[in-house]
Design a protein around this ligand. Structure first.
Ligand code: DGY
Length: 325
């Protein structure tokens, strides 16, 4: 039998590619940018598996386009808000993700953003690069201390916990709220009101979309810094622009935005108290390689009719005969 076709929506690190190429007919989208919608629907036709990114929408139209031989979707990410999981489950298609492996790497970036915003690193680097650094100055680019400050974590899952460990190493006081309700903590309002730094670590769901809007921002201290490495849609972008422009909060550091990417003329990119980086949370060489291996392992298990090692909709296996691993 011919090797099953797997469409991969962007070039992924070698570890995962090697695993796939050993047993599949792999087609990789060649661009740096995500495949346009029509191209995605066209390329997935006749595929048995899809290895996709957070930038690819996977929904009923995609399952229809793929056809009856479609067996598995594997997202190169822990988050899966780009996928209609209910639709996939109804169709019996397992969805894989890459939890755990990117926890520490994402927390590293979140803490780095926190420090960068607090100590105005990007403004300083811009000044030095522009030749505007003329002398040491007693009031030059004064920032805020990280040590001894209070960190408010919103979402105490794996990445939230990793963030808390980093904060304790900086002698910060850590308070948290867990809107998913799994970990006992404070109420969200209390965290927003008391924290010097608020770091978001919730998945994007119906309940967390727009969680940080005008009201939440107005509860924060005027000296507070907001860090978002979760999903852009957790924050109301227009409300954040207003809060940063009017001094409702002091600064924001964002790895994720809504929309993503921001258009080049977007006000957030021009506010001196807003630092934006292009969704780099898990972007270390080692972590992306491990993610690619996990994503490939999910595809291979799905093609063999085995349970995916990391499956977000295990309901698809209820009452189903599986090939034992
Ligand atoms: C994830 O894993 O969900 C990230 O946002 C993409 O690396």
């Amino acid at each position: 039998m011919a090797n099953p076709k797997v469409f991969v929506t962007r070039a992924i690190p070698e570890g995962g590619m090697r695993l796939l190429e050993a047993v599949c007919a792999v087609e990789v989208w060649p661009g740096e940018a995500p495949p346009p919608r029509e191209a995605l629907l066209e390329r997935v036709q006749g595929a048995a598996g899809l290895l996709c990114m957070v930038t690819d929408r996977v929904d009923a139209a995609l399952f229809d386009a793929a056809g009856p031989g479609f067996k598995v979707v594997s997202n190169l990410a822990v988050g899966f808000n780009n996928i209609d999981v209910t639709e996939a489950t109804q169709r019996g298609v397992p969805i894989g993700n890459t939890p755990g492996v990117l926890t520490e790497t994402t927390a590293d970036l979140a803490f780095g953003l926190l420090v960068a915003a607090a100590r105005r690193l990007v403004e300083g680097a811009d000044m030095a690069r522009a030749g505007a650094w003329t002398a040491w100055g007693p009031t030059l680019l004064l920032g805020r201390d990280v040590h001894g400050a209070t960190l408010g974590i919103v979402g105490m899952g794996r990445i939230g916990e990793a963030m808390a460990r980093r904060a304790r190493g900086f002698d910060m006081k850590v308070i948290f709220s867990d809107p998913a309700g799994k970990a006992a903590g404070c109420g969200l309002d209390e965290v927003l009101a008391e924290a010097d730094f608020v770091s978001l670590h919730v998945p994007l769901t119906q309940a967390t979309r727009g969680l940080v809007g005008d009201r939440a921002l107005s509860l924060m201290k005027p000296t507070a810094v907001l860090v978002n490495t979760a999903r852009g849609e957790v924050v109301d972008t227009d409300a954040l622009v207003r809060a940063l422009s009017s001094g409702t909060i002091a600064a924001a550091a964002l790895d994720v935005t809504d929309p993503e990417p921001l258009p080049p003329s977007h006000p957030l990119l021009f506010l001196p108290n807003c630092l934006v980086v292009p969704h780099l949370g898990s972007a270390s060489l080692a972590t992306r390689d491990r993610m690619s291996v996990m994503a490939a392992q999910n595809i291979l298990a799905g093609l063999r009719g085995e349970r995916l090692p990391n499956c977000v909709n295990p309901q698809v296996y209820e009452g189903k005969a599986l090939v034992p691993r």
